[in-house]
Write a protein that binds this ligand. Sequence first.
Ligand code: GUN
Ligand code: ZN
Length: 431
Amino acid sequence: MTLFRGTFLDTPDNPFTGGSLRVATDAGLLVQDGVIVARGPFAEIRAAHPAEHIVDLTGGLVLPGFVDTHVHFPQIRAVGGMGMPLLEWLDKYALPEEARMADAAYASSVADEFVRGLAAAGTTSALVFGAHYAAAVDTLFAAASRVGLRITSGLVVSDRIIRDDLLTTPQRAYDESVALASRWHGVGRNRYAVTPRFSLSCTDELLASCQTVLEEIPGALFTSHLNENEAEIATVAELFAGSDYVSTYERHGLVDDRSVFAHNVHPTDVELKLLAENGATVAHCPTSNAVLGSGLFPLGRHLDHGVRVALGSDVGAGTGFSLLKEGLQAYFCQQLLGDHGHPLSSAHLLHLATAAGAEALGLSDVGDLSVGKRFDAQLLRPAEGSPLAVGIEHAADAEDTLARVFTLGTPADIRAVWIDGQLLDDSSGKV
Ligand code: GUN
Ligand code: ZN
């Protein structure tokens, strides 16, 4: 057993429904086989367990590991595209890079960069948009397994409109998806996600084959894009005879509590109702929405309808792996909506970046640092004298401290990351 000593912040009680930030100063968390078995004031836990090895994290802040509910592994080398709306950005910037994943050796080096980038940002679990090539998806699962991340991912499938070398057929999509799932689903911390790119690039036949795969893999998730950009939405309506965007998935049984849809910037009330009734989650990707000019996310309308919301970095349209930055941008977005915005506190941001993501991904044993949860955590400790260190020193209380963390924190401030109580280790020496 290991006894972690430090200051722990988390949100086991949802701040969107009346809960607040939980603060444990000079606390002890006792971890056995990766699971938190006791927590309380350090002196008390120590007295009850005098012989256990202590990991002293005082002087920093310990947060639950972040849960990124939407991030594209083949796009890490395509972060930074400016001046293009979604469909142009896909054509000119993102998809040429995704086509390079046909070369498995190239994909493998990208996968290594990707998993290290996630871990260095304090992300311990992620729902990852894979690649259009099965061998490239193998390299992602292999890289995640080496680092130890909790990854849910799958083959991205499309059979129309986008560039030819990324297209498949319903039968091939089925065969390759099932084969990938048999290699990786439930192996270590890996799980499979059925992943049509977006209904714009998928025929009904392909979406039907996605449904078959989902039915055949117990415990698999479903993920795709939804209502991101107005030109995209108009094209989807044309392609599906005037249907709304959610229904293009729903008619194939692809909208339920295993489903995570990225963006949903421009939903109708009917669509929000359908998402809520079916228990689906929306991955809010605020930096991406700003970069591509997709729009300001109507968080209040999602909450009013009871739609579950979590956070996604959406690299490569998003601007990096840090869910601190996404949290801050989510806050900006609601501020910019004025009277239509939903005011967010730092506790809301932490909840979106941790417990809400864990819930979206069906990971009931991570997301906060309660007894019975797995110790997936990150240590944040800014360099002495840095603006963040100064800010924390002068914060009024824990919620204010956390607000400064979201405002000023970067991956450089994340000093260590644990999954299942194990310290992640990589060649950078940081995590
Ligand atoms: N819609 C379809 N594909 C993508 C993608 O790669 N990124 C974003 N932001 N939206 C998409
Ligand atoms: Zn995306």
